[in-house]
Design a protein around this ligand. Structure first.
Ligand code: PEP
Ligand code: MG
Length: 321
């Protein structure tokens, strides 16, 4: 098991080998979600969607952001808190930014693309994350990475922000650095990206949308919006294998992370962390505790699933677990 996660997990009383394999973390949008994380025993935060801070009519200051991030990190310590940098655009709006309309917002100036156009936005957030990092185990995660240059540019800003915080006399902790894998191009070059990060977190909502060309918001296409599609699961397998070969840990933070049908596949792949809406945690925990195969017997499940032609065939296999 990867040390970066092991250092901050708490497994007291759990004896299922599959429960031991995973950190089961929560997705949140604000510190007000923390009581649910505690209630459902989330082992830290696998995805803190910081966009919610930016949904008012004014932009949050560095102080306000620092306070929000610090509150979450301190509450979740000794577990890890993964703070995702701004993912505005696509389905997430920030009125104060007054952004121009785009004809294809999911393929447009979203997330890091917007941050690179408006570096002061990103730098303010990164300084706040560094300042909050002194409160406990924390990680920064960059969304919507499609190419290695973007990751390198984001890491340059991260280092500039660290220097700025130190120059201003604030203490900083250490931050794990990870990226979301939610664009097929990133999944394809996962072996190269793994050399530059501590972890991957697979965003299955966007990975499914971009792999299958299905707008995640369009209810007329709901039946096509299938994370069980063998192409999506094949990309996830590719990412996990590339990460493992390089000592990088992998989590799942899209809706599929909390889907009670998928734990057998993720367990068989050796995924390290599942992060989900807090209310999904009991179902996923129960599923993992009762998985019928032992570690080491799982390879055949992965090949059977990746050999399927349709999402219905995949589901039929998973329903047997
Ligand atoms: C995802 O795309 O799967 C994800 C977790 O990010 P979001 O849903 O916030 O786009
Ligand atoms: Mg996403």
């Amino acid at each position: 098991k990867n040390e970066g996660l092991q250092a901050v997990e708490d497994k007291a009383g759990e004896d299922s080998p599959w429960l031991k394999q995973f950190v089961l973390a929560a997705n949140i949008g604000s510190p007000t979600d923390l009581p649910f994380v505690e209630k459902f025993q989330g082992q830290g935060i696998g995805l803190y969607r910081t966009e919610f801070l930016f949904m008012g009519n004014t932009l949050p200051s560095e102080e306000e952001q620092t306070e929000a991030y610090r509150q979450v990190i301190a509450a979740c310590s000794p577990h890890l808190t993964i703070i995702r940098t701004l993912d505005i655009g696509g389905d997430k709006q920030a009125p104060a930014l007054n952004l121009p309309r785009e004809s294809n917002p999911f393929l447009g100036v979203r997330a890091l693309r917007l941050c690179f156009e408006r570096p002061e936005l990103l730098m303010t957030q990164l300084r706040a994350i560094w300042r909050a990092s002194a409160a406990g185990p924390a990680a920064v995660m960059f969304p919507m990475i499609a190419a290695r240059e973007e990751l390198r540019q984001a890491k340059d800003y991260l280092e500039q922000a660290r220097q700025a915080v130190l120059t201003n006399g604030y203490p900083v902790g250490s931050l794990q650095v990870g990226i979301m894998i939610e664009i097929p191009s990133a999944a394809w070059i996962a072996d190269k990206l793994a050399e530059e990060v501590d972890f991957f977190s697979i965003g299955t909502n966007d990975l499914t949308q971009y792999t299958l060309a299905v707008d995640r918001e369009n209810s007329a296409l709901a039946s096509l919006n299938q994370p069980y599609h063998p192409a999506v699961l094949g990309l996830i397998a590719r990412v996990s294998q590339a990460a493992k070969a390089r000592g990088v840990w992998t989590g799942i933070c899209g809706e599929a992370g909390g889907d009670p049908l998928l734990p057998p596949f993720f367990a068989a792949l050796g995924i390290d962390e599942l992060s989900m809406a807090p209310g999904q945690l009991p179902k996923v925990r129960r599923k993992l505790a009762g998985l019928p195969f032992a570690p080491g017997e799982a390879d055949s499940l992965v090949s059977r699933i990746l050999d399927c032609a349709t999402h219905d065939e995949v589901k039929a296999i998973l329903q047997n677990y």
